[in-house]
Every structure is written in C-alpha cells, then in structure tokens.
Design a protein around this ligand. Structure first.
Ligand SMILES: [Zn+2]
Length: 154
C-alpha cells in the first residue's frame, strides 16, 4: 500500500481530520471525525490518464459515534443538517441497552459552532489542529524524517 495516513487540518472546521493519501496514484481521502466533513479525489473511472480525477467534497454537520458494550463502534459522519426526526432516532440508539454511553457521543456542527448533543467526545476533540499537532508530537516524538506526518488519535 502506497498510502500515507496523517492527521491534517480540516479545511472545513479547522480541527484535526484524517487524510489517506496515495502517493503513487495521487488519490486522496479526507474525513473529519470532529465535524463530519468528507473529501475524495479519485481517478476517474475508465480513465487511463493518471491526471484525470474526480473530486467530491461534502460539508460537515456533525458526527455520531456509538460505542457498543462489546467494543464495536459505529461512526456516522453527517453531511446534512440533522432533522428533528433523525435526532430522535439517534437519541434512541444512544440510549440502547447494548451501548456504552460514556464512550458514545453525538455532535452537531452548524454555522461553525460545535454543539455536543449527547455524551462526551475525546479530549482531542476540542483542540484546534495546531494544538492537536503539538500534543501528538510531544506524546510520540517528532520524527524528523516524517515530520509532515501527524499521528492520528480520536
Ligand atoms: Zn472538520
């Protein structure tokens, strides 16, 4: 796999997003588990020309992270504003018997403002990308050969 995984500054919310960059094909995926933003840049289907890409980006409207008591996790990134009905459904899911409420959360992101609707996200959630990067380099050390790679942590 010719991919580099790194945390990057989310172009949508400014906190830490996850980038998967394939340096041989130049394809790229970004997903932000803070605000729900998604970006893909993939080779056009049926194209032999390496320079023909299809780009798609979707705005972030929040995330829902559901941790089950058996350790399995489901994560949903919202690309549209949540309707009240959807919110009620997620609330019910959150309160389910098989759910570890302490490790689950629902966050909405509207007009550049995060609202924590259910549960509580990780400490890293609150950090700007710059703060996050500093924390990661302090924790894991800054390997000079790969200083452009920032470790990924929830
Ligand atoms: Zn984001």
């Amino acid at each position: 796999m010719a991919s580099i995984y790194s945390a990057i500054k989310c172009p949508y919310c400014g906190r830490s997003a996850i980038e998967d960059f394939n340096y041989t094909s130049d394809e790229k995926y970004i997903s932000c588990i803070r605000c729900g933003y998604n970006y893909t840049k993939i080779l056009k289907e049926g194209s032999n020309d390496l320079n023909e890409f299809e780009e798609d980006s979707r705005e972030g409207h929040g995330v829902f992270s559901l941790m089950k008591k058996d350790g399995k996790r489901e994560m949903r990134l919202f690309n549209h504003r949540l309707s009240n009905d959807a919110l009620e459904t997620y609330k019910r899911m959150f309160l389910g018997n098989s759910v570890d409420q302490e490790k689950s959360y629902l966050i909405m992101y509207e007009d550049e403002i995060f609202s924590i609707v259910l549960g509580s996200p990780s400490e890293n959630f609150y950090l700007s990308f710059e703060e996050y990067k500093e924390k990661m380099f302090k924790k894991y050390g800054n390997n000079n050969d790969f200083e452009f790679i920032v470790p990924i942590e929830e």
